[in-house]
Design a binder for this molecule. Sequence first.
Ligand SMILES: Nc1ncnc2c1ncn2[C@@H]1O[C@H](COP(=O)(O)OP(=O)(O)OP(=O)(O)O)[C@@H](O)[C@H]1O
Ligand SMILES: [Mg+2]
Length: 420
Amino acid sequence: MTTERLLVSDAPVGRAMDGLGLIQYVGPLARVIVSEATETPFTVGIFGPWGSGKSSLLRMIAETLEADYPERTIRVDFNPWVYRNEPNMLLPLLHTLQDTLSDDRSQRFSQTVRRLGSVISTLTANIVLGKVSGGSVKLDDIKNAAEEYSKARGLVESEMRRLRSTLQAEADRLAESGVRLVILIDDLDRCEPDEIVDLLESMKLFFDLRNIFVVMAIAKDVVDRGVAVRYRDFGFTTEKVIEIGNEYLDKMIQLPLYLSTFNAPTIGAFIAGLNLPPDLAPHIELLQKIVYPNPRHIKRVVNLAIFTHAVARDAPGRQVPRLDLLLRLIVLRIQSPALYRASVARPDLLADLEAVYQDRLRPDDTDGFTRRHGTELAELAQEGVHQFYGLEPYFEDIFSESSFGEVTGELVDYITMLGG
Ligand SMILES: Nc1ncnc2c1ncn2[C@@H]1O[C@H](COP(=O)(O)OP(=O)(O)OP(=O)(O)O)[C@@H](O)[C@H]1O
Ligand SMILES: [Mg+2]
């Protein structure tokens, strides 16, 4: 088997590949979406940092709606990032909605498609004429109260009211025929911070309608950055910006789901599911303890481990490395590049840190460092330990049972395997 085939892909996964138990949210969420008892408008926010599984969860929701409720929902997948250069996000959203409805296999929505088409052409004309400027309108009026502007705003508002009532009528019609409109929005946070608030503003129109469900995946810190950019002239503190970001999203989102924390057993099972080569498999418990619990990050670590393992195995004449040490080095390289770089320059540092974490050397024991390294190098070695000891909680798990001291002479080889 080639190494390439063993490496793990970074694509979002669906239900069949769920290794993090995200599926537990999907059934209940789909039931909330189709339940007549759920009051709309209803917006679900899937919050999570970079690579935490937001797109995967969205995909699982989409699959479930399609498999279990094909007659009761119509799903619109919208990716604002694709349209980030459009002057007004409403148009691509309306176009996507129209395309989805006209693609319906049993042509259930042809009337709605037609009526939407007419709204879209009026809106397009008005945007071209500069009468509708998009989402920035509401926020801009903080600064701008000129008469001219009020006039323009009046036009925009009446245009928006018209659009809103048309959309509402269509959503109600769909609901009467037993179909709920579900809009799944992904990758909003890939847009530039200065665009995010405008984007949210221009889509808010949809979030306020009866019989429309929105599920939106988003990294909260990106919204905060957007808010910070938007209010930069006001000189708010970071805390204030986060608070404004929270309030902003709270108003929009009725059900927040957070993907930021996965517990240790979940992470262990996730790593086990990545099909490590058999001789790396016994080190899953170690890996689970030292790696940051983020799925994308774990996949990067695992890929580097699989690849380095293959490099080590194929190198002629080279001794098979101690895999537990190799894994520790890989994790350090990705999670603590400064310590990794310092260790490349002076591999003894790892053995020193390990001695300190294993209570065989005290960081302030100058004589101890002299005994280990001689008078000339002792100070440098002690400084290295001071720089990194206690810096990251996971160092405890890296070094409490490691044995870098036994292979100090070969560490250069290990580092070469990792590409220096
Ligand atoms: N439930 C899961 N089971 C297995 N792998 C998963 C799961 N969720 C996420 N992953 C993996 O983690 C990585 C990131 O997942 P995903 O793209 O869904 O995250 P994201 O939060 O949308 O990322 P981004 O911040 O880039 O939008 C991918 O490699 C994906 O395959
Ligand atoms: Mg994503």
